[in-house]
Structures are given as structure tokens and as C-alpha cells.
Design a protein around this ligand. Sequence first.
Ligand code: NCD
Length: 331
Amino acid sequence: MTFGRYPAGGLAFPHRDLLGIAQLERHEILYLLDEAEPWVDLNRQPSKHSDTLAGLTIINAFFENSTRTLLSFEIAGKRLGADVVNMHAAQSSVKKGETLIDTAITLNAMRADAIVIRHGSSGAVDLIASKVDCPVLNAGDGSHEHPTQALLDALALRHALRERGEAAEDFTGLVITICGDILHSRVARSNILCLQALGASVRLCAPPALMPAGVETIGAEPFHDFDAALEGADVVMMLRLQNERMQGQFIPSAREYHHLYGLTLERLKRAAPDALVMHPGPMNRGVEIDSEVADMLDRSIITRQVEMGVAIRMSCLDILTRRTRGVEGWT
Ligand code: NCD
């Protein structure tokens, strides 16, 4: 296999780490998506094993709760043939007062070949990356970034559009409405950057208290009226209220929130007739999204997002370890 130097002789993916979408160029995002395609195919076979990362050790260090992200990074590493070890902060020396930097130095001394980190503080993953010698992948840091989520969302959307015969290299011309707790959402931040890099127009909808200031400066269109934000949208991405990041009361009640910002079947009619529905999970059914919308077979791509999560993480782990593995063209 040859690895194209792209574009103009540069490496297709010149970064050691995957810390955020903010550091990526459009062609690098597309490269990560394109390289996930063979893994999508492999993951649909009965036998899903590859030896690509045989002999390598991957540590998943999760300092915050996770179901989808941790499991899919673990499955991704194992399907690539790596030895995968999960470190749960609740059972680690973090509880004994060890600093983040000492934890990073400890993981580094064990000679991991890639470290995947989720942490509750924005910037914690960048800090660890500066202290270790191997590639670091951000699995979500505070309210900052969650790059693999945005990449898997883009891959899921690309597949759904392709199946409808709307194949396009990118999302130029698509209107995508992201609604929910934008203020605390790393998923929203990474998705805004990723979707815009791929040509989409992004509308953001939240109650005033959950909308970050100055979103217009990054080219997103802010709304407080969900009906207006939905008008003619091609894709609707719903987000959970991140209660764990809220200090104090941001919304009057879940009932009131659902009334104004919950995605119901009735409300979805305002979007384009075949608009797709997305959610990164975990969902709070009956709060930000109704079950009859979340479970729509022809419109909801929520389970496809989960499927694409494994493939995109395989793509990221493969690409980021190519230098270590001495792959031709990457050393
Ligand atoms: C998101 C997260 O952890 O940021 N979930 C995920 O990774 N699938 C969103 C959330 O927790 O609401």
C-alpha cells in the first residue's frame, strides 16, 4: 500500500497527536474520514480482525464516565490487533492525590504506543500530550473538544447522504442545526469546526444561558427560537444538557426545556422533509429528544453514529501510529 504525500509533497497527516479539530486542515479531516472507509467494511464482516497494530500497547485513560467512547476505542484497538489497557480514574492513584503530570509520566514510563485520554478539565489532554513521547488522542476534555466524535458524526452523515444518492465529497450547501447545551458541549465545539471545514452552514440553538458569547465570530448563526432554527434544516443534531458541568440553575425545569427545545415529531416537520436526526448519546429521552424521533428508522442516524465511532477510531489509531511502526512514507 502506498501512502500518498498530500498535498504538494506534505504528509497526509503531519500531527503526532489528535487533540482537537481546531488543529486540523480540511484535507486532514477528509483524510481521516477516507482512511476509515476500509475499517467500516471490515467491521461489517463476521471476522473483524486485523494485525495492523500487532505488538503495540494502547492505554485508554478515562478520568470521566463514558460508555460509547471508551468501548469503541477499546474495540478499535483490539480489532487492529493492539494490546489495549483501560485505566479507570476511580480505581487509580488519582484518587490518592497523584497529579495529572505524575500520572502522565507513569503512563509514559510504561512505553505505551498511544494514549487515549478523557478528562473533565479543558486543556488537560494537551497538558498530558506535552509530557509523553507517544501519540495522544483526545477522547473529550471538559467543554473544550471531542475530535473523534465530530469525525464520526461526519462519517455517519457522509454514509447516510451516500445511501440517499446525495454523494458529495463534503457538506457544501448543507444547513445543520445543533440544538442543546452549546455552552458546555465539547461535541458542539468540535462539530462546529469540523462541519464548517467541510462546507456546511451551522446554526446553533440554545436558551440564552446555554449559548456561548460571540458564536457569530466563528461563523455560526445563533438562535434562541428552536422553530426558527429548524426551518428548512437538512440535519438536526441534538445535545444533552450537561448537568455535570453546570454550577447553579441554567434552565427552569426539564419540562420547560422540553417544551421549548425538545425535538418532537411535530417540530421536526419544520426542517427539510427528509432531514436527518443525530445525537452523540447518551440521550435523555423526553428531555432534548422524543423517542418517536430518536427511533425513526428512515431519519435518525444515531445508531449509525455509534457504528462509525469504531471505524473512525481505528482510522485515527492506525494513522497516528504509522511513524512508530515505520510505515513507508511516514518516518
Ligand atoms: C458526549 C461527551 O461525552 O462529550 N458523549 C459522547 O462522547 N458520546 C456528549 C454527552 O456526554 O452528552
